[in-house]
Design a protein around this ligand. Structure first.
Ligand code: ADP
Ligand code: ASP
Ligand code: MG
Length: 417
């Protein structure tokens, strides 16, 4: 007998029929003799609707009340799944974040899980073979006793954290694709499913925009060495051989991966904005005058490019921020103009970041150079470049995102044959 966490995303619980399908998946694992904790998201589109309502109620709303509103989507699906499971004769009980409790920081709308008490769930496995149906995405701050949420896509993180807390053998993430692909299969039909991917590579893919897993869930998987298996909820539960290996992608430690390619995958994000600060003085302290206020405003700066000045007097500095922080970032820099000292700001919001990821890059030179040639061949202009040990990113005009991703996908031999 094993212990499993099964997480189902929004499209997998989009209506009662799909919830019934999820229940059959759960029953399959229960019948195979496993103890199961299920983590559910809100129905597809629900969280967006709730977020929209908060904005309509007041554009500058209290983050604590935002969390009270948006956490409700998962409350509904956890209750519904428990009802359907009970109707099938399976012992099941729903759990909200506060009931377990899933203790988090007080950073409302992007809280971090601090601690989960898995003892009650484990006791109920033992005493009653009861399935725990847990509302994903939400927790509680122990100091304030208020509901928190974990940031968009946060149910993945709930699932991996619960898997670690109850010492599960594996955390299965059921979604609307049958695994992690070399890039988003909805954008590149030739994308290839990976049988296995190392935590490090998955972490980069997720941080650079592949939304199949929330970044923090991959971090937690890595820290706890919890095998995470991404698979489709649309495979018919009845067709799955309980002893076979279903289609999907295992996220695991690098040592478990035999086959290694230089490039593992390509991610992209259109959620970017570029700000160029023109003619700043080339002297110590200017970068601090720019990035200090941005940090104070809690704005995450991503790419930073500064030129070496030609005359030793002035230079330009360009950086990117998430599109949702663009207005705040621009206003922050404008307010600090006297202290920074610059001639003007040039900004762009129709930009995208395309990132090429692969731990094999550690030992291979020239991988990025090939990309620059290929993108030039397609007449795609590169606005900024950043590199790290296992990835490089280019900032381009958003209109060319799909073309750039497909070009690089073919260039690095990732296309399905
Ligand atoms: P869920 O609601 O189940 O959490 P998400 O929409 O959050 O599902 O994540 C699944 C989606 O992630 C897929 O539909 C796919 O379009 C997208 N995606 C982006 N990059 C990748 C990738 N490299 N591999 C698989 N899916 C990806
Ligand atoms: N429902 C939340 C969201 O849409 C959490 C999740 O689905 O993972 O972001
Ligand atoms: Mg998701």
């Amino acid at each position: 007998m094993g212990r499993l966490v099964m997480k189902f995303g929004g499209t997998s619980v989009a209506n009662i029929d799909r919830i019934r399908n999820v229940a059959r998946h759960v029953k399959r694992e229960v019948d195979a003799g496993h103890n199961v904790a299920v983590v559910v998201s809100a129905m597809a589109g629900k969280t967006n609707e709730l977020v929209g309502w908060c904005g309509d109620a007041s554009p500058l709303h209290d983050a604590r009340e935002y969390d009270a509103v948006v956490a409700s989507g998962e409350q509904v699906t956890s209750g519904l799944l428990a009802i359907v499971l009970q109707g099938m004769g399976i012992q099941a009980r729903s759990w909200q974040g506060w009931q377990i409790p899933i203790k988090t920081s007080d950073a409302h709308a992007s809280a971090r899980i601090l601690e989960i008490d898995g003892s009650e769930i484990s006791a109920r496995f033992k005493d009653r073979q009861e399935v725990a149906v847990i509302a994903g995405f939400q927790g509680i701050n122990p100091q304030t006793n208020r509901i928190t949420t974990l940031g968009r896509g946060g149910s993945d993180t709930s699932a991996v954290a619960i898997a670690a807390a109850i010492r599960a053998d594996r955390c299965d993430i059921y979604t609307d694709v049958d695994g992690v692909y070399t890039t988003d299969p909805r954008v590149v039909p030739k994308a290839r499913r990976l049988d296995k991917i190392a935590f490090e590579d998955m972490l980069e893919l997720a941080s650079q925009g592949a939304k199949v897993l929330q970044v923090r869930s991959v971090e937690l998987g890595m820290v706890h060495n919890m095998p995470v298996f991404v698979r489709s909820s649309f495979d018919k539960p009845e067709d799955i051989d309980p002893h076979g290996t279903p289609p999907g992608t295992l996220i695991c430690s690098e040592e478990e991966i035999m086959e290694s390619h230089v490039v593992t995958g390509i991610a992209f994000s259109k959620d970017e904005a570029q700000i160029s600060v023109r003619q700043i003085e080339d002297k110590p302290g200017v970068a601090a005058a720019i990035f200090g206020p941005l940090a104070e405003a809690n704005i995450n700066v991503d790419m930073i490019v500064q030129n070496v000045s030609e005359d030793g007097k002035t230079t330009d500095l360009t950086f990117t921020v998430p599109a949702s922080d663009y207005t705040r970032a621009r206003d922050t820099i404008t307010s600090a103009k006297a202290k920074i000292g610059y001639a003007r700001l040039d900004t762009a919001t129709d930009v995208a970041k395309v990132s090429v990821i692969g731990s094999g890059m550690r030992s291979h030179a020239g991988v990025a150079a090939q990309a620059f040639t290929a993108l030039a061949g397609r007449n795609i202009n590169i606005r900024a470049i950043t590199t790290s040990e296992i990835k490089f990113s280019v900032l381009i005009d958003a209109a060319y995102t799909e073309l750039a991703v497909r070009t690089l996908h073919t260039l690095y031999g990732l296309d399905q044959t």
